[in-house]
Design a protein around this ligand. Structure first.
Ligand code: SF4
Ligand code: SF4
Ligand code: FES
Length: 253
């Protein structure tokens, strides 16, 4: 594949044609703040914190790095005065929406956005409406949550705020949430999320709870029991078991 020369903040980075600027930066240890991007869920372009200044063919422009595919050699800067000023304003707006959220407060402190906050609203919710949770659920094929209402009452919810029959309690939505605002609770083998309780099942090897019964049922419906005995193992035990098998095969060869 064609390799491109991309210089970010003075650092030379090799990149594949079409790779997104944010991914190139992350792969090369360059931190660009981002809230609505997750490696497996792309393209929200909601928070705009990942903006960068790009110079191509002698021209300068501001791009949203998480959705900017690099098609030719270029230079980019992610921490110019102008970029930091723009981020400061964007973070100030988010901080005004969810003033008590720790992740946003940390960013506000880093970028000095605190002084900008004149009016705040907090509905006991730390959601910044980035859309990652809705996308995660849709990618799973569950579509249990959606963005509802308009204006200041806009929020992410299940239909009519009722426990959703489509939710399998997998917790993916909570896992990707950048402000950790989706309540997920586990007690005595029961996971509660989106006002619904789910029975958890234990890993056959280490005994830890690792998925809900509803999730197991859903996966079986979608893919059958293609994993065999590995199905009942948590992620860590599954990896250990697979490594054991590979070593065994190597010894038999
Ligand atoms: S826990 Fe429910 S709402 Fe969240 S991703 Fe899983 S199925 Fe969707
Ligand atoms: S709940 Fe979290 S992931 Fe979902 S839209 Fe709000 S901030 Fe984003
Ligand atoms: S991470 Fe790029 S717009 Fe949010």
């Amino acid at each position: 594949m064609e390799k491109l020369n991309v210089i970010i903040n003075g650092k030379e980075c090799k990149a594949d044609k079409g790779e997104f600027l944010l991914d190139i930066a992350q792969r090369n240890g360059i931190v660009i703040p981002h809230l609505c991007h997750h490696e497996s869920l792309r393209g929200q372009a909601a928070c705009r914190l990942c903006i960068a200044e790009v110079r191509e063919n002698g021209r300068k422009k501001i791009v949203t790095s998480c959705i900017y595919p690099v098609m030719k050699d270029l230079e980019a800067e992610t921490e110019t005065e102008e970029i930091r000023e723009m981020r400061k304003v964007l973070i100030g707006l988010l901080a005004a929406e969810v003033p008590e959220n720790a992740a946003i407060a940390n960013l506000a402190e880093e970028y000095g956005s605190g002084d900008e906050i004149r009016f705040t609203k907090d509905y006991g919710n730390h959601c910044i409406l980035c859309g990652l949770c809705v996308k995660a659920c849709a990618e799973l094929g569950c579509n249990a949550i959606a963005t509802v209402n308009r204006g200041i009452t806009k929020k992410v919810s299940t239909p009519y705020d009722e426990p959703s029959t489509a939710c399998i309690g997998c917790g993916s939505c909570a896992y990707v949430c950048p402000t950790e605002c989706i309540k997920i609770d586990e007690q005595s083998g029961i996971r509660t999320i989106w006002n619904k309780e789910f029975q958890l099942i234990r890993c056959n090897c280490c005994g830890r709870y690792f998925m809900t019964k509803a999730e197991q049922k859903y996966l079986r419906q979608k893919c059958g029991n293609s994993q065999g005995e590995l199905e009942m193992l948590c992620k860590n035990c599954k990896q250990a078991e697979m490594a054991k098998k590979i070593i065994q095969i190597g010894m038999e060869l």
